[in-house]
Design a protein around this ligand. Sequence first.
Ligand SMILES: [Zn+2]
Length: 61
Amino acid sequence: MTAPTLSGVCPECETDLTVPPIVEGETLSCPECLLTLRVEGVVDGQLTLQMVQVQLRDWGQ
Ligand SMILES: [Zn+2]
């Protein structure tokens, strides 16, 4: 048996990503640009990935 993998493309750097099965809502890091990506959906083994907007806190003055 072969373990199924999922594939997707980094929305930022367009690197092809192959990952072990994960589910919607999980996050992974792009090995190329190190962005955090969240799985928005999985269709036919193809991931829809969304950049996670990192909230940089503005501590103000
Ligand atoms: Zn990337």
